[in-house]
Design a protein around this ligand. Structure first.
Ligand code: ZN
Length: 490
């Protein structure tokens, strides 16, 4: 196989880049951990969503048939990772005096709105944890049967030590049990667990915990890690191609998922584990407690005190894509303003392809352009390199328009097609600045045609004709009809 058309992905499990070979081509199963819906989507959500949208789009552009499952966590994600504390959604509901499902629905809708604005494609299936309680209870039964779980006071916990004896716990994160043991020697808050590193599969609900379901062990709720094991198996089978999520989910969430799947089915689910890196803000970790967690809505409206202006959704998308997904990405106003300018230059360049006049011969190698950006995408989704290739070609496009370089009609067609595929299909960029300008043109045209119809009503033919002729000279055709005048570009 041609090296350039072989897709390599970095597998967090093997810690190296691997050639991507689907289990059942042309079908590809992808599972990505979606948001816990208890707060407004922020830049961290955007980075994960855009990263896996890029994967989804690249697989589709490469001719695969993709089943892309991205879940909604609406139950079981507790305030701290040690299986203690309140459910995140329940806490928000109590503070806002809402039904927990009202909170989940509201923030699910917000997430969808923001993703649509950022041109993130919807997944093929979007399962909710609360809609899969039966599957999760069945999975707990399987794990109990395997001997790698125990019941304690109405809750069920995964027996990490026992599991570790037969399988290696920590193969994804590289953490070993001894370290986990010393890290959590404090037994306070351990509750009904045998060991602090054991994790909940099912939790008995306290009297004030209203998100609860009946089970063989107690009225309670599933542990957070369980939902992804249950739902990925339900929609993609016990073995599938790619499992993704943010780097913050690698431990304990994904490590626990691997242990659950191995306990229940004898082996891990995904062939390839893929993680996007985190976003820092002015070099600092992003977090609510640090006061630097900026929501997407605040970016789009410019209402957060750290922001000097509002940013378009496509600018945020472009800013994310300009870095490789495994690099950290530092937000600052300067970085976003540079992304804004870069995107504008890039979109103008792509639009300028339409103005190139073909010649009898080519002095540019269009095939090289197509090959270069595809090779970058095949190299672990390196959008950063693909974008820099495009910038090089924006310079060449300008030279073609200036007559410094020549291109044949056939090459021009290839260039147009290749650039459009990269910019719109693969990178998913939108020409928002161009769209804004088109809106302005529409408003101005309405005004001009109004003036012209007043002139006609006053039988001021010279003015009416002058407007029509001037517009024709600008490439705009005025169509007079019974209902008034309309216009189009010639
Ligand atoms: Zn998950």
């Amino acid at each position: 196989m041609d090296m350039d058309s072989t897709f390599f992905i970095y597998n967090s499990l093997s810690r190296r880049k691997e050639e991507f070979r689907p289990l059942d081509p042309p079908f590809v199963g992808v599972y990505v951990c979606g948001p816990t819906v208890y707060g407004d989507p922020h830049l961290g959500h955007a980075r994960s969503a855009v990263t896996f949208d890029l994967l989804f789009r690249w697989l589709l552009a490469s001719g695969f048939k993709v089943r892309y499952v991205r879940n909604i966590t609406d139950v079981g994600h507790l305030v701290n990772d040690a299986d203690e504390g309140e459910d995140k959604i329940l806490k928000k509901a109590r503070l806002e005096q809402l039904e927990p499902m009202e909170v989940a629905q509201y923030y699910t809708n917000r997430y969808h709105d923001m993703m649509r604005m950022m041109n993130v494609l919807p997944p093929s299936i979007e399962p909710h944890a609360s809609g899969h309680i039966i599957e999760q209870i069945e999975l707990v039964k399987e794990i109990l049967k395997s001997g790698y779980a125990y019941e304690s006071n109405g809750s069920v916990y995964f027996d990490v030590e026992n599991y570790n004896r037969d399988h290696k716990y920590g193969k994804l994160s590289g953490r070993v049990l001894d370290e986990l043991q010393t890290g959590t020697r404090d037994t306070e808050g351990q509750g009904d667990k045998r060991h602090a590193y054991d994790f909940a599969l099912w939790k008995r609900a306290s009297s004030e915990h209203i998100m609860r379901w009946p089970s063989p062990w107690s009225e309670g709720f599933p542990g957070w890690h369980l939902e992804c094991s249950a739902m990925s198996t339900k929609y993609l089978g016990e073995h599938f191609d790619i499992h993704g999520g943010g780097m913050d989910l690698l431990f304990p969430h994904h490590e626990c998922e691997i242990a659950q799947n191995t306990a229940a089915h004898g082996s891990d689910s995904a062939r390839c584990w893929m993680h996007n890196n985190m976003i820092t803000i002015n070099g600092q970790k992003m977090g609510k407690s640090l006061g630097n967690s900026i929501s997407l809505d605040e970016f789009f409206t410019g209402t957060h005190p750290l922001l000097t202006q509002a940013y378009r959704p496509t600018t945020i998308r472009f800013f994310i894509l300009q870095a490789h997904y495994r690099s950290t990405l530092d937000f600052s106003n300067e970085a976003l303003q540079a992304a804004e300018k870069g995107l504008e230059r890039l979109m103008k360049g792509v639009a300028a392809i339409g103005k190139i006049k073909p010649s009898a011969a080519s002095t540019v190698d269009v095939a090289e352009f197509d090959k270069a950006w595809r090779a970058a995408m095949n190299d672990d989704l390196n959008s950063s390199v693909a974008i820099s290739v495009l910038f090089d070609w924006v310079r060449i496009i300008n030279q073609l328009n200036d007559g410094q370089q020549q291109i044949t009609a056939a090459d021009l067609e290839t260039l147009t097609e290749s650039a459009r595929t990269l910019v719109f299909d693969v990178l998913g960029l939108q020409d928002e600045a161009g769209n804004d300008r088109m809106e302005l043109v529409g408003g101005l045209m309405g005004l001009i045609l109004d003036i012209r119809s007043s002139a006609k009503a006053n039988k001021d033919w010279p003015t009416s004709d002058k407007i029509r002729d001037a517009l024709t000279a600008l490439g705009i055709k005025v169509k007079d009809g019974r209902e008034g005048s309309d216009w189009e570009f010639c």
